[in-house]
Ligand binder design. Structure first.
Ligand SMILES: Cc1ncc(COP(=O)(O)O)c(C=O)c1O
Ligand SMILES: [Zn+2]
Length: 426
């Protein structure tokens, strides 16, 4: 569970230690992801005084990427130490027409993270994880991936000139396989589900041969997870240092959701932002083919029963979600809710988002927008409260999902007469 690599120096980092999410035990900052006492997952703990030193002015003077928030992250304070494609500062798009279609009266925004260098939010988590991995002395970069993480790790490794080895389920979309393989690292297609891939990677981290390999979402997972906080920081800054009343977030492991919530909590704690009156409410979105966290919420239980995922939202297909319990906690604590959407609803939502905002989302974005609509219909989302939905990935990577439903609306010979005959001049 720990690496035998020497303890690093995270120079100027506000991070203090690793804290068990289960029992609260504390450990030094190292390549450790599970608690020796209770086997619970570890997360980064910070020195509150160090966080409180960060100012809005400092952030505004930083670069136009996630590193403007370096003072709130565990690694990368010194630009020379970063392993990064400089992701972040993606558009926050006002979505009036979408709001009208789904029945929201208050402002609705889409945080469009498909604009990152490898076209998903995963560039944020990978930049933070690999910057920590470098400080920890790792010499090869790896991950278990449902697709987007694979793209990002392979690209970061290529940029850094470090070898990579990426593990994916063999049945991933071609748009995710090609966009990983092109960077030239090792790419291992595993005959099994993501959960099988993840188990294999956990076993590999324990071998001597992989001792110097950082699996971003296994042995350096606490650092990796922190990168998602930058999505919440950015939304707050882009809104003029305000936290929206409602956020709708896709879930696979559930980690992203917990970290956006954590980012808002931190911003309030360090005094950068005032909490909105009535607080913020966190909503989670899954697909019907992989809905173990939402099912637990609906059943009023903390027992998350793993599923064997099916359906087109492959990037969210984690049947045994590592942070599911903490996603449930965040949603219950803030008074939010979760729901899930089937494949037809996902396709319709991809098209709805595209038609109303000009944003072409991958299936995960379709899940989120479909669930947005359901939550409004069910009265779970307040139509008069400002809402942000997170589009975490790019439609071109899952183009097959809608390819059969859309195409040219007309076909004509290249003449005015043909154009008239086709009704284009009416
Ligand atoms: C596009 C996209 N959105 C959301 C997620 C969910 O991330 P998490 O595992 O942190 O819940 C993933 C995970 O792979 C993803 O690829
Ligand atoms: Zn513990």
């Amino acid at each position: 569970m720990t690496s035998s690599l020497d303890a690093p120096t995270f120079t100027d980092s506000p991070a203090r230690d690793l804290v068990c999410r289960g029992c609260g035990a504390r450990y030094p900052l190292a390549a450790q992801h599970a608690c020796f006492e209770c086997f619970g997952p570890l997360e980064v703990g910070y020195d509150p005084a160090a966080l409180a030193r960060v100012t809005r002015e400092q952030i505004a003077a930083g670069p136009d990427n996630i590193w403007r928030y370096a003072g709130l992250l565990p690694a990368g304070a010194d630009p020379a130490t970063r392993v990064t494609l400089d992701p972040g500062c993606t558009p926050l798009v006002r979505a009036g027409a979408l709001a009208a279609e789904v029945g929201l009266r208050a402002p609705l925004w889409v945080k469009d993270d498909s604009a990152n260098p490898t076209h998903s939010f995963k560039d944020r988590v990978v930049s933070v994880a690999l910057t920590a991995a470098r400080a920890l002395g790792f010499e090869r970069y790896a991950c278990a991936s449902t697709g987007n993480l694979a793209n990002s790790v392979a690209a970061h490794a290529a940029r850094a000139g470090v070898p990579s080895i990426v593990f994916i389920p063999a049945d991933l979309e071609p748009g995710k396989v090609v966009t990983t393989a092109v960077y030239g690292g090792d790419l291992v297609a595993v005959d099994g589900s993501y959960d099988d891939v993840n188990r294999l990677c956990s076993e590999l981290t324990e071998t001597d041969e992989f001792e110097k390999t950082a699996f971003v979402n296994v042995n350096v997972r606490p650092f990796y997870a922190e990168g998602s906080k930058t999505l919440g920081y950015e939304v707050a800054e882009q809104l003029g240092w305000r936290i929206p009343a409602q956020v709708v977030i896709p879930m696979a492991s559930g980690e992203l959701l917990t970290k956006i919530d954590k980012s808002f909590t931190e911003l309030v704690e360090v005094g950068l932002v005032e909490a909105p009156a009535g607080g913020w409410r966190v909503f989670g979105a899954q697909s019907a083919g992989c809905n173990p966290i939402a099912t637990a919420l609906h059943g009023g239980t903390d027992v998350i029963t793993p599923v064997r995922p099916t359906g087109i939202a492959k990037s969210l297909n984690i049947g045994d979600p590592a942070a599911g319990l903490y996603a449930l906690e965040a949603v219950r604590r803030t008074g939010g809710w979760m729901d899930y959407a089937d494949d037809d609803e996902i396709r319709a939502a991809i098209r709805l988002l595209a038609r109303t905002t000009g944003i072409f989302a991958e299936t995960a974005g379709g899940v989120t927008v479909a669930v947005l609509r359901k939550l409004v219909d069910a009265g779970r989302l307040d139509p008069d409260a400002e809402t942000v939905v997170f589009n975490t990935g790019e439609g071109l990577k899952t183009i097959d999902s809608v390819a059969e439903q859309v195409g040219p609306t007309h076909r004509v010979k290249p003449s005015l007469r043909a154009a008239r005959d086709a009704g284009l001049l009416d």
